[in-house]
Design a protein around this ligand. Structure first.
Ligand code: FEO
Length: 187
């Protein structure tokens, strides 16, 4: 006799999410993980050049991206979908200047905004209201993410000598503090 019935409770129920939305959520889940991976690479570049302020800032960003991925993962799991954790591409690690680092962060955040928008578009087209509500948080979050990354580029561009770059490194976390606060959960 099969003993499957003893394990039937671990089988996920059928997904309640339209397939196109599942695909977009799963893609974005992995994009957030890739962003975390990339921020770690940026922190390594900064740390070995004694830009410890930037290094610390990017480690924190890596943690935030993982939390974003977990937020999407929980949504998928709660709605009966087994998320696919894909292989991550090796992040870019070759940079010539701190400005290139800041521009990489800015480009990454812009790509993340496009990814979030794609999930939202799919959720609207499929009339998937829970996924739309989930994406509202991310859409707000991306406004802040694009804001701090743009400010970082502008501040690095303005730091034209080694002294001013060192000063910027010491204070970068405080300068960008307002922009990097996560959007709070709605009560
Ligand atoms: Fe998850 Fe920086 O966006």
């Amino acid at each position: 006799m099969s003993d499957c019935k003893f394990y039937s409770w671990i089988i996920m129920p059928k997904s309640k999410i339209p397939q196109k939305v599942v695909e977009e959520l799963n893609r974005q889940f992995n994009q957030e993980l890739a962003a975390a991976h990339s921020y770690l690479a940026l922190s390594v570049w900064c740390d070995v050049r004694n830009l410890k302020g930037f290094g610390k800032f990017f480690v924190k960003q890596a943690g935030e991206e993982r939390m974003h991925a977990e937020r999407i993962l929980k949504h998928l799991t709660d709605r009966g979908v087994t998320a696919e954790v894909t292989a991550l591409p090796a992040p870019k690690q070759e940079f010539k200047t701190l400005l290139e680092i800041a521009q990489q962060a800015q480009a990454q955040e812009h790509a993340n905004t496009l990814g979030i928008n794609a999930v939202y578009e799919a959720a609207v087209a499929a009339k998937d209201f829970p996924a739309q509500v989930l994406m509202h948080w991310f859409i707000n979050e991306q406004v802040e993410e694009e804001d701090w990354s743009t400010e970082m580029v502008e501040r690095v561009q303005a730091a034209t000598c080694a002294g001013s770059q060192g000063d910027l490194d010491r204070h970068i976390e405080r300068y960008l503090e307002q922009e990097v606060r996560e959007v709070p959960d709605e009560k």
